[in-house]
Design a binder for this molecule. Structure first.
Ligand code: TMP
Length: 204
C-alpha cells in the first residue's frame, strides 16, 4: 500500500483558504484520489471541543497555554485521523497545522520559537506535511477584503500589528522549509490562484 500524501493549507483570514480548500478537494477527487479533509484545531471530537474553547473565548491567556492546547488536539488528530488515513493510502488535506502554531503563538503572541520546536518534535516525531500551501496576503489587503475601506481605529491597528507578525513568522517558516512550503500570492484573483494550484497539484 502506497502511503498517502499529507497536504496542509495555511494563511490569514481573507486569504481565501476555505475557497481554495474546497476547489482542491474537488480537483483531487476528480483525479480519483481518496481523500480525508480535516482541520486544526479540530478533526476529532476532543479536538473540536478544544477548538470551541480556544476560539470562542476572548479571555486573555498565555500563548504557551494556547500552544499546549493546540498540540493536545494535534496529538489526538495525528493518532486517530491523520496517520491512519495516510497509512491506508488516503491523501490528507488539512486546513492549518503546526506552521500556524509558529505563526500565531510565536510570531503573533511572542512565544519562544524553540519551545514550539520542542512540542513539534515530541508530538509529531518524524511526521511533517509533504506539501504546505501558504496563501500569503498583507494584513491590509486581508482587512480591506473583509471590511469597508476606512482608516483603522486603535484596536484595528493593534490587530494589524499582530497579523504583520503572524505573516512574518509564516514567511520565516517558508524560508526555513523551502522544499515543503509553497508561497502563493493570495492577492491575485481566485482564478489566477487556481491556475497556480493546478500546476502544483499536477507536479506532486
Ligand atoms: P480558521 O481555521 O477558521 O482559519 O481559524 C483557526 C484559528 O486558530 C485562526 O485564528 C488561527 C488559530 N490557530 C492558532 O492560533 N494556532 C494553531 O496552531 C492553529 C492550528 C490555529
Amino acid at each position: 500500500m502506497t502511503r498517502g500524501r499529507f497536504i496542509t493549507l495555511e494563511g490569514m483570514d481573507g486569504a481565501g483558504k476555505t475557497t481554495h480548500l474546497e476547489w482542491l478537494r474537488a480537483r483531487l477527487l476528480a483525479r480519483g484520489i481518496a481523500l480525508t479533509v480535516t482541520r486544526e484545531p479540530g478533526g476529532t471530537a476532543l479536538g473540536e471541543s478544544l477548538r470551541g474553547l480556544l476560539l470562542d473565548s476572548h479571555e486573555p491567556r498565555q500563548p504557551e497555554t494556547e500552544a499546549l492546547l493546540m498540540f493536545a488536539a494535534r496529538s489526538e488528530h495525528i493518532a486517530r485521523v491523520i496517520e491512519p488515513a495516510l497509512a491506508s493510502g488516503q491523501w490528507v488535506l488539512c486546513d492549518r497545522f503546526t506552521d500556524a502554531t509558529y505563526a500565531y503563538q510565536a510570531g503573533g503572541s511572542g512565544m519562544a520559537w524553540s519551545r514550539i520546536a520542542e512540542l513539534e518534535r515530541w508530538v509529531q516525531g518524524g511526521l511533517q506535511p509533504d506539501l504546505t500551501l501558504y496563501f500569503d496576503l498583507t494584513p491590509e489587503v486581508g482587512r480591506s477584503r473583509t471590511r469597508q475601506a476606512r482608516e483603522p481605529d486603535r484596536f484595528e491597528r493593534e490587530q494589524l500589528g499582530f497579523y504583520e507578525r503572524v505573516r512574518a513568522a509564516y514567511l520565516r517558516r517558508a524560508e526555513e522549509h523551502p522544499d515543503r512550503i509553497r508561497i502563493i500570492d493570495a492577492s491575485q484573483s481566485i482564478a489566477e490562484v487556481q491556475v497556480e494550484l493546478e500546476k502544483i497539484i499536477l507536479s506532486i
